[in-house]
Design a protein around this ligand. Structure first.
Ligand code: ADP
Ligand code: MG
Length: 619
């Protein structure tokens, strides 16, 4: 132990520190309480570092002290004191670490200030200005310390957070650091035990070292992700989920997963019961925290999991992450990408198993969170083996509200059927009552119902599933087989020549309104059906164009008529006997067909014409 004494030494803060302190102290930021979290996490860091030092060094000052964090409040002296038996600080380290800005979080903070004053408030919380946050509430901060090094000094660093600090000798220090925060009158509340206790419970329950507040043990939540599954009860899992994710529901799924290769990973993931984005609370923050051996690296790391897994909550712990890694370097590290893909694959495999073991439960999950899997399918090509299998759709062969997988669709399809058919619409009802389904229903061909706006994007992005292309059932150029004999309506059809003549006449009546009029193969019940002539222009795409304010009125339409339908047959006669009303009816048939296909752009004429026809009918 050194007995050498030093002169009192005064130092100026580095200019950047002064700038930072000025902002921290004068900021209107209301969340002053985070200073407790920052100092506790520094204490925890110091203990963690000591643990590492203990692995490699034989000579350690004050060896044998417990790795605890002790916090005391004194509401007479108006102080809060945070002490740890961690690595401590040497004189040089005090000057360097408490007097200059070298670390990333604070640098980032300073950069962000260039974006203007408005940003000030929340950035403090986001980056954590660490140690300096104590000056938000302090008249004076004293840092007593002795380094773990046997030849360290007994020191006290003192500052009021304005211009500089001084370092004096302070004999009798234990190993580690004791930080005494002398509170300003305004923030005396932090010298009250109850106030601090609530804070610790909120922010520091994860800290893996025992925290004592005025002698009382505070943190009790264990890092259960590091345990064996058999050692953890359901209640413990649920309790952990609620605490860790700040959620109030019961988790829907949980995946506790440990691996040694290719990386050492301990992860505990949860899927909540409810999808929060559904309630319109805005986009969820990533909810899986990154730890390295129980020490928090980042609470909401952006790239730890793909964005479309942002509904997953929990913890990933990997001892392969260097402990002192900064958030900045973390974001782009190859290691993070590796963890990302290992966990994502594992999680999707887990979902697949759930879908097999408990299809109903999975269906419930999909109704709540399927959107994210669709987002992943449409945006992320990396999981094409796994994601499409997990998708679910309603279809013409499911009961309302029930879903089918693509694999089950293929298992049911007609032997000679190549494509997977789908129809988009605002609801199951709308699709079932629309003009396009009947042809498929009559032929026993299943059609997927895309009732979610995202569905068609997903299908377009997928393009194929197990080498079967997706085809929209409203395409004009579909060639469907003839109806099976039992489905052919009894009514006799118009003779072929008469049909042709009728088509030509209708085309004449409708002029530019249609590109083509033809006898339709598909029709069973309806007199007519309208299509976009452009085979690739599905009705959904047309709606999208309309939403983007593109002119869709010029898109060409094809009309198919049903030669068995009474209206069509009568029209064939009426066009000669009563040409005037026959012409009106031809136009009305087109408008009706456009309307039921969602293609009608203008309904003024349609309504007026309907009145005219009614007036004549009642004469
Ligand atoms: P960060 O924790 O992000 O490094 P801080 O501002 O919180 O930034 O702390 C600055 C530095 O001060 C730390 O990196 C560490 O070197 C030193 N320090 C702070 N508190 C302690 C402590 N309790 N024991 C040892 N060193 C500490
Ligand atoms: Mg810190």
């Amino acid at each position: 132990m050194t007995t050498e004494t030093h002169e009192e030494a005064k130092f100026e803060f580095q200019a950047e520190v002064r700038q930072l302190l000025d902002i921290v102290i004068n900021s209107l930021y209301t969340d002053k309480e985070i200073f407790v979290r920052e100092l506790v996490s520094n204490a925890s860091d110091a203990l963690e570092k000591l643990r590492h030092v203990q692995l490699t060094e034989r000579e350690i000052f004050d060896d044998g002290l417990g790795l605890d964090i002790n916090i005391t409040t004194d509401d007479t002296a108006k102080t809060i004191t945070i002490s740890d038996y961690g690595i401590g600080l040497t004189r040089d380290e005090m000057i360097e670490n408490l007097g200059t800005i070298a670390h990333s979080g604070t640098k980032k903070f300073l950069h962000s200030l260039e974006d203007g004053d408005a940003a000030r408030g929340n950035v403090i919380g986001k980056f954590g200005v660490g140690f300096y946050s104590a000056f938000m509430v302090a008249k004076q901060v004293r840092v007593y310390s002795h380094s773990w090094r046997e030849d360290g000094e007994h020191l006290c660093w003192t500052s009021d957070g304005r211009s500089g600090f001084e370092i004096t000798d302070a004999p009798g220090q234990r190993r580690g650091t004791k930080i005494v925060v002398e509170l300003t009158e305004e923030y005396e509340e932090f010298s009250k035990k109850e106030r601090v206790k609530r804070l610790l419970e909120r922010y520091s329950n994860y800290v893996s070292f025992p925290i004592f507040l005025n002698g009382e043990r505070i943190n009790t939540v264990e890092a259960i992700w590091l345990k064996q599954k058999s050692e953890v009860t359901d209640e413990q899992y649920t309790e952990f989920y609620k605490f860790a994710s700040k959620m109030y529901d019961e988790p829907r799924y949980r995946l506790h997963f440990n691996a040694d290769v290719p990386l050492e990973i301990h992860s505990l993931l949860f899927v909540p019961k409810d999808n929060q984005e559904k309630f319109g609370f805005g986009r969820m923050e990533p909810g899986v925290a990154l730890y390295c051996r129980k020490v928090l690296i980042d609470e909401n790391p952006e790239k730890l999991l793909p964005e479309w897994l942002r509904f997953v909550r929990g913890v990933i712990d990997s001892s392969d992450i260097p402990l002192n890694i900064s958030r900045e370097t973390m974001q782009d590290s190859a290691l993070l990408q590796k963890i990302n893909s290992v966990i994502t694959k594992r999680f999707l495999k887990f979902l697949d198993k759930q879908a097999k073991d408990d299809p109903d439960g999975y269906e419930e999950f999909f109704k709540e969170f399927g959107r994210y899997l669709k987002e992943g399918t449409a945006s992320d090509y990396g999981y094409r083996d796994q994601l499409p299998k997990l998708l679910r759709f309603e279809s013409s062969m499911t009961e309302a509200g029930k879903l089918t997988s693509l694999a089950d669709y293929l298992a049911r399809k007609k032997e000679e059927q190549k494509d997977i058919y789908y129809l988009s619409g605002p609801s199951r009802d709308a699709i079932e009552n629309g003009p396009y389904l009947e042809a498929f229903r009559a032929r026993g061909i299943e059609v997927l119902f895309c009732t979610d706006g995202a569905d068609e994007y997903v299908i377009n992005a997928l393009y194929q599933f197990e080498e079967h292309s997706f085809t929209s059932a409203d395409r004009a150029d579909l060639s469907l087989d003839d109806l099976p004999a039992e489905e052919v309506p009894q009514e006799e059809a118009l003779a072929e020549e008469d049909s042709k003549a009728l088509c030509a006449w209708i085309k004449e009546q409708l002029g530019d309104r249609v590109e083509e009029v033809a006898v339709g193969k598909r029709l069973v019940q309806s007199p007519a059906v309208a299509f976009n002539s452009d085979a690739h222009m599905t009705s959904h795409m047309r709606q999208m164009m309309r939403a983007m304010e593109q002119d869709v009125s010029k898109l060409k339409v094809k009309l198919e008529i049903n030669p068995r339908h009474a209206l069509v047959k009568n029209l064939a006669t009426a066009r000669e006997s009563r040409p005037e009303i026959a012409g009106m009816i031809a136009n009305q048939i087109l408008d009706n067909a456009l309307f039921s296909a969602g293609l009608l752009e203008e309904n003024k004429d349609m309504v007026q014409r309907a009145y005219d026809i009614m007036a004549r009918a009642i004469e």
